[in-house]
Design a protein around this ligand. Structure first.
Ligand code: BG6
Length: 515
C-alpha cells in the first residue's frame, strides 16, 4: 500500500489544511498547576511547536498559575530549558525570544480569592495590550481533588463568563474520576461552572495522528466499509505496551491501575473509533453520538465473566533492554503488598448488529518488552476448499500502528516464487514517515489548537466518559468488592505479560499478535 499523496495533483496551497479545521482565535491560555510536569514536558513545548509551524492565533498569552514564587522571567527560563529537552522541533533562539514574550506567571494559592481577582485584572490588561479579545482557555492540569476549589474560585471571580462576544472554555486533564459515581460528581462540579459546550475533557490518544486516521481509513476508502462487520471480521485486538514502569507516580497509580489509567479512556476510545457506525456529518456531536452508542453497547460483565474474561497482572522484577528493573511492589511509595494491576487484558463484546459474535480483545501493560500501541483487525479464514487442503493459510490482518512507526499494514497471502505452490503471508505497508515525509504533530498540539478553535470533536463528552466508567465499574467491583476476587497474576518485567493473557485467547483458538 504505497500511499500516494496529494503530490500526484498540483498542490493548491489555498485549499491545503482548510478543509475541516476551524481557525484558532486570539486568546489567553491559563494553566493551573503550571509548575507541574505536564506544563514543562508537553503543554509549553506543544505551544512553541504550534508557533514555529505558524498555527497559533495572531495574538495569545500563556499564563501559568501556581503556588510557588516565581517571576515571569524565571518561569520563562525554566520553560526554555524544558523545551530544549522535550520539544519536537529544535529551539530557534529568535523565535523562542518572541514566543517567550507571551508567557506570564501568576502566583497564587488555588483557594485564594484575591489571587483570582488579580488574575482577572491581569487578563483584562493583557487583552487590552496584546489583542487577545477577552477569550480565555483555562487548563486544569491539577489533581481532580483540586477541581472544585479552582472552579468555584473562577466562578466567584466571574472568570467563567466571557464578556461580549468572547468565550471562556475549560480543558480538564485526566484522570476524570475513578469510577462512575466520582465521574458523575466531577461532571456536575465542572458543568455547574462551565456548560458542556465549553468543557473539553482531554484524552490525548484522540489527538494522535493515527487515531484520527481511523475514520479516514474507514470512510474515505470504498473497499473497507462493506467488509467491516461480523460477516468478514473474526476479531479485533487493541494492544498497548510500555517498557516504562510507574516513573515516580506510585501514589497516583496505586489508586488507578492499568484498567483505569489506560483502558477506561485511551484504549476504549480507540475501540469506539473502530466499532462506531459512520456519523451523518463530521460535527463534534455527530461523531461523539456514534461513539457513545458503542460505549453503551459494551456488554457489562458479571463477576463470573470477569473471572473468565479479564486477566490482571502485576510486574515482578525482571530486565528490560539488558537493565535489571525492580518489581512494582518495590517501587517508591507503592504498598509492598499492593494488589494494583499494571497489566490488564480483557475480552469485550460490542452488542450491536454489526459486531455480534466478534470479540474485541484489549490489553495494556507496563514494563513490557517494548513500547507500542496498535489495533489489529483479523479477518475470517478463507473457506478451506482450494489451497488450504495442502497448506495452512493464515488470515488477512489489517494493522493500524498508533505508535511508534505510525502507519497501516495489511497482511495478505501470496504465492512464493518457484515451481511449486507455496503460499506465504506478505505485508502491504504504509508508513507515515516515508509517505508524507513529514513528522506528525504531537497529540497536545492538535488538541490545544482545537480547543482554541472551539472544536470539541477530539475531546470526550460527558456521556462518553460516564458510559465508559459504567462498563469498567463492573470489572473493578469484581476485583475489589467481591468476596472471592479472581487472582492477580505476576509477570517478569521485560516479558509480554502474564501467561493467563495468552490462555484467554488460546481458549478461543486465537493468539495475540506479536508486536
Ligand atoms: C497516560 C497514562 O495517560 O498515558 C500513563 O497516565 C501512560 O500511565 C501514558 O504512560 C501513555 O501515553 P503515550 O502517549 O506515551 O502512549
Amino acid at each position: 500500500m504505497n500511499a500516494s499523496t496529494s503530490s500526484d495533483r498540483p498542490a493548491n496551497p489555498l485549499r491545503e489544511g482548510l478543509a475541516t479545521r476551524p481557525t484558532p482565535q486570539p486568546c489567553s491560555v491559563i494553566i493551573f498547576g503550571a509548575s507541574g510536569d505536564l506544563t514543562y514536558r508537553k503543554l509549553v513545548p506543544a505551544l512553541y511547536n504550534l508557533t514555529a509551524d505558524r498555527d497559533m492565533p495572531t495574538a495569545f498569552n500563556i499564563v501559568g498559575f501556581a503556588r510557588r514564587e516565581k517571576s515571569d522571567d524565571s518561569f520563562r527560563t525554566e520553560l526554555l530549558d524544558a523545551a530544549k529537552k522535550f520539544s519536537r522541533q529544535g529551539i530557534n533562539d529568535e523565535l523562542w525570544g518572541n514566543f517567550a514574550q507571551s508567557i506570564f506567571y501568576h502566583q497564587s494559592e488555588f483557594g485564594n480569592a484575591p489571587g483570582y481577582k488579580s488574575l482577572a485584572e491581569r487578563l483584562d490588561k493583557l487583552d487590552a495590550e496584546r489583542g487577545t479579545k477577552g477569550n480565555r482557555l483555562f487548563y486544569l492540569s491539577v489533581a481532580p481533588s483540586e477541581f472544585p476549589l479552582i472552579l468555584q474560585q473562577l466562578a466567584d471571580a466571574g472568570l467563567n463568563k466571557a464578556k461580549d462576544g468572547a468565550w471562556a472554555r475549560v480543558i480538564v486533564e485526566k484522570p476524570f474520576g475513578k469510577d462512575l459515581a466520582s465521574a458523575q460528581t466531577l461532571n456536575r462540579v465542572v458543568n455547574e461552572v462551565f456548560p458542556e459546550r465549553d468543557t473539553y475533557r482531554i484524552d490525548h490518544y484522540l489527538g494522535k495522528e493515527t487515531a484520527q486516521n481511523i475514520m479516514v481509513l474507514r470512510y474515505a476508502n470504498a473497499l473497507l466499509e462493506p467488509i467491516w462487520n461480523s460477516r468478514y471480521i473474526d476479531h479485533v485486538q487493541i494492544s498497548g505496551a510500555e517498557p516504562l514502569g510507574v516513573e515516580g507516580r506510585g501514589p497516583y497509580y496505586e489508586t488507578s491501575g492499568a484498567l483505569r489509567d489506560m483502558i477506561q479512556n485511551h484504549l476504549l476510545q480507540l475501540l469506539t473509533l473502530v466499532a462506531m457506525e459512520p456519523p451523518t456529518e463530521l460535527s463534534a456531536d455527530a461523531i461523539r453520538d456514534e461513539k457513545v452508542k458503542i460505549f453503551k453497547s459494551l456488554r457489562p460483565m458479571s463477576p463470573a465473566e470477569v473471572a473468565r474474561d479479564v486477566v490482571r497482572g502485576q510486574y515482578a522484577a525482571g530486565s528490560i533492554a539488558g537493565k535489571d528493573v525492580i518489581a512494582y511492589r518495590g517501587e517508591e511509595r507503592v504498598n509492598p503488598q499492593s494488589m494494583t494491576e499494571t497489566y490488564a487484558a480483557l475480552k469485550v463484546h460490542v452488542d450491536t448488529w454489526r459486531w455480534a459474535g466478534v470479540p474485541f480483545y484489549v490489553r495494556f501493560g507496563k514494563r513490557l518488552a517494548k513500547g507500542a500501541t496498535e489495533i489489529a483487525v483479523q479477518f475470517k479464514d478463507v473457506p478451506s476448499v482450494l489451497f488450504s487442503r495442502e497448506t495452512a493459510i493464515g488470515p488477512n490482518v489489517l494493522v493500524i500502528r498508533i505508535q511508534p512507526d505510525e502507519g497501516i499494514s495489511l497482511r495478505i497471502q501470496a504465492k512464493r516464487p518457484g515451481t511449486s505452490l507455496q503460499i506465504e503471508p506478505v505485508k502491504m505497508d504504509f508508513a507515515y514517515g516515508t509517505s508524507f515525509g513529514k513528522a506528525s504533530p504531537e497529540a497536545y498540539e492538535r488538541l490545544l489548537l482545537d480547543a482554541m478553535a472551539g472544536d470539541a470533536t477530539l475531546f470526550a463528552r460527558r456521556d462518553e466518559v460516564e458510559n465508559a466508567w459504567s462498563f469498567i465499574d463492573h470489572i473493578e467491583h469484581a476485583w475489589h468488592k467481591n468476596a472471592t476476587p479472581p487472582p492477580l497474576t505476576f509477570y517478569p518485567a521485560g516479558s509480554w505479560g502474564p501467561k493467563e493473557a495468552d490462555d484467554l485467547l488460546e481458549r478461543d483458538g486465537r493468539s495475540w499478535r506479536r508486536m
